[in-house]
Design a protein around this ligand. Structure first.
Ligand SMILES: Cc1ncc(COP(=O)(O)O)c(C=O)c1O
Length: 359
């Protein structure tokens, strides 16, 4: 296996290139800190750190159950949704089982399979980079245990309308788990976006994963959650560590949930910044893929040469973005939507790498 390669941390780039001003647009984090009330809640909880956290995260699960009007047994939490995906593999997969997902999509899905010696059935996306739901449904076979839909999809940024998801789920056998990975759900502003939660009423084989890492600005604490059928919650309990989500993360997430007005504000801010980035790149003659998330694929093919790694060159100038090569999108860079300052910083570095002859 190849270890997961995250976006290079700011501190590493500062050290490596002797830079003071570095902007990281490589890991799809929100450019904003946690809400002030969340910071206060974390500080207030510090004195309790001599105690283990509640392994069952009762208070956080209760808060989520109230928010989504669901029974407590349907709420699972994890040390980030990454952990939950790995736990889903531990709980459900045996050697030779199959997992269907789109290609490219979140690279962890392949690891989930590999760790369990399951077969990754990665179905190429359509030319417009959207999930090929027809081909994905056709790829489900007798050994398929799980299908993962990622919406908005990482790294492409496009989303699946709820009606398309509903029609797809209808075609999935009841004994196959459908995982809807909705890490960027709160960023979507498309008018035809609808919540997928009602789907679960008729389809108990649907599990929805969401996270506090993105719009809530809590990536550093590691906390995510799943709305899932109770037997799946019980299965996840069997494979997790006793105290997998930490005390500060639980407290922070409970507080963060109380501030949905700020979530909406951040959604609009992200949408405006996304548009600004898209327009600026269009003015530079650069193609992007329409995105509803807080990141964007940017065409950099003209700047890619065997001896010239454009993302490395950008990094040396202090702009950390993600090379599409490692994400199944050669010729593209995945750029997180940052603040106006961060976007301008990136654009300025990108312009400095463009040579008139190459365009
Ligand atoms: C599609 C998708 N799912 C899940 C995650 C993991 O999020 P978390 O921080 O909750 O582990 C990410 C993170 O970038 C992601 O892009």
């Amino acid at each position: 296996m190849v270890p997961y390669e995250p976006g290079t941390p700011i501190e590493t780039v500062m050290r490596r290139y002797g830079l003071e001003d570095v902007v990281k647009l490589a890991s799809n984090e929100m450019p904003l800190p946690p809400f002030p009330e969340v910071k206060a809640a974390i500080i207030a909880a510090l004195d309790g750190l001599n105690r283990y956290p509640d392994g069952d995260a009762f208070d956080l699960r209760t808060a989520l159950a109230e928010r989504y009007r669901r029974p407590l047994e349907e709420i699972a939490v994890g040390n980030g949704t990454c952990e939950m995906l790995l736990h889903l593999g531990d709980a459900m997969l045996e050697r030779g089982d199959e997992v269907v997902f789109a290609d490219p999509s979140f690279i962890i899905y392949k690891d989930v399979c590999m760790l369990r010696e399951a077969r990754a059935v990665a179905v190429p996306v359509l030319p417009d980079f959207s999930h090929d739901l027809e081909a994905m449904a056709a790829a489900i076979g007798p050994r398929t245990k799980m299908v993962i839909l990622c919406s908005p999809n990482n790294p492409t940024g496009n989303y699946l309308p709820a009606a398309a998801v509903a029609a797809f789920v209808e075609r999935v056998p009841e004994d196959v788990l459908v995982v809807l990975d909705e890490a960027y759900n709160e960023c979507v502003t498309a008018p035809d976006w609808q919540d997928t939660l009602p789907l679960q009423a008729e389809h108990p084989n649907v599990c929805i994963l969401r996270t506090f890492s993105k719009v809530y600005g809590l990536a550093g604490l590691r906390i995510g959650y799943g709305l899932c059928p109770p037997p799946l919650k019980s299965a996840l309990d069997k494979v997790r560590q006793p105290f997998h989500t930490n005390r500060l993360a639980q407290v922070a997430a409970i507080e963060a949930l109380k501030h949905q007005d700020r979530v909406l504000e951040r959604r609009s801010q992200n949408a405006a910044a996304r548009q600004y980035l898209r327009d600026a790149l269009a003015e530079m003659g650069r193609a992007t893929i329409p995105t509803e998330a807080n990141f964007m694929l940017v065409d950099i093919e003209d700047l890619c040469h065997p001896q010239h790694h454009v993302c490395t060159a950008l990094m040396a100038l202090g702009a950390i973005v993600r090379d599409g090569n490692g994400l199944g999108c050669p010729g593209w860079a995945r750029v997180t939507v940052g603040t106006r300052y961060e976007i301008d910083f990136f654009l300025q570095r990108l312009r400095s790498l463009e040579r008139p002859a190459s365009r």
